[in-house]
Design a binder for this molecule. Structure first.
Ligand SMILES: Nc1ncnc2c1ncn2[C@@H]1O[C@H](COP(=O)(O)OP(=O)(O)OP(=O)(O)O)[C@@H](O)[C@H]1O
Length: 295
């Protein structure tokens, strides 16, 4: 079932067109990463989907509904975690959740919501005393209160330590496993790669790459890196490389095969490829393969 559908979306701020004809779909239970450098138009897209802004052109549907015209119906089934949360600093964590519960239909119990984000032991702490990462977790707890069918997460793990990030990923995976459609924007490419099953990369308001995460990465060049043996010129190698410091880097669709070729050549010449690293493509490689303007 399609949970989110964006078709030819355009949105300007004043005279500036931030989103220029964007289309994508997210199915129920899918985690979809919307990626791109600062100012690419991700937040604008999410804000239109959340009904905060009206599209200038194109269609957006959340659970088959128009986020502006059917605002109340969409809101009941939507959880939103934006980049900046508007908390009251003097309320405790528990009071903050309780206040939101009052406005949320069929809200989760407070303990359950705090447990889900690992904040159960912070219930009596005042919001202003929370760390940046803990505030993000509180924000996630509020987004999850209404057991949403669709969840928008804008930079959900910004400021979190590695353990909190992993816990948050687990929480998000668990929700997707129960059928929640998740639209994630993040600058952490490792996060997108681990969490999302599909993605789109935006640049200057347009989608410049998109597809299933595994398929897209499998179709992208992997990488073989090693320290260039002393006295060897890169042009002597059997495959083209670029130099990154003292490391020669070879980009190849089949990095295992490239490594075999390079190792065979090294053996023939009685050389060792020190620090050899072979890996399939990561999202970061995919970004680096995009035109420089799109990074
Ligand atoms: N209310 C606004 N008024 C004017 N310009 C805006 C407004 N909101 C966003 N913009 C501009 O639109 C462009 C897209 O912004 P947007 O916040 O959607 O990008 P983003 O991809 O989410 O970036 P980031 O990764 O920094 O969050 C930017 O150039 C931004 O300056």
């Amino acid at each position: 079932m399609t949970a989110i559908r964006v078709d030819g979306l355009r949105k300007s701020h004043g005279g500036f067109e931030a989103v220029r004809g964007v289309s994508f779909e997210v199915a129920a239970g899918e985690i979809f990463a919307l990626l791109g450098r600062n100012g690419a138009g991700k937040t604008t897209t999410v804000e239109v989907l959340a009904g905060f802004q009206r599209p200038d052109a194109g269609t957006v549907r959340v659970l088959g509904l128009d986020p502006v015209a059917d605002r109340a119906a969409v809101r009941e089934r939507l959880g939103v975690m934006l980049q900046e949360a508007g908390f009251f600093p003097d309320l405790t964590v528990a009071q903050t959740v309780d206040t939101w519960r009052d406005f949320t239909a069929a809200a989760r119990p407070r303990e359950e919501a705090l447990e889900l984000v690992g904040l159960a032991d912070r219930a009596r702490t005042r919001v202003r005393q929370l760390s940046g990462g803990e505030k993000r977790r509180l924000d996630l707890a509020l987004a999850l209160l209404g057991r949403p069918d669709v969840l928008f997460l804008d930079e959900p793990t910004a400021g979190m330590d590695p353990e909190a990030r992993r816990d948050t990923w687990e929480t998000v995976r668990g929700l997707a496993g129960q059928g929640t459609a998740v639209l994630l924007t993040t600058h952490y490419l490792d996060e997108a790669q681990r969490l999302a099953s599909s993605m789109a990369i935006m640049d200057a308001g347009e989608i410049v790459a998109s597809g299933g995460m595994a398929e897209t990465l499998a179709a992208s060049s992997g990488r073989v890196a090693f320290r260039l043996p002393p006295g060897v010129h890169p042009a002597e190698l059997p495959l083209a490389v670029t130099m990154e410091g003292d490391h020669a880097v070879c980009r190849a669709e089949d990095p295992d095969l490239a490594a075999q070729t390079l190792l065979g050549w090294a053996a023939e010449h009685g050389l060792r490829l020190a620090g050899l690293e072979v890996r399939t493509a990561t999202l970061e490689d995919l970004f680096l393969d995009l035109p420089r303007s799109a990074r």
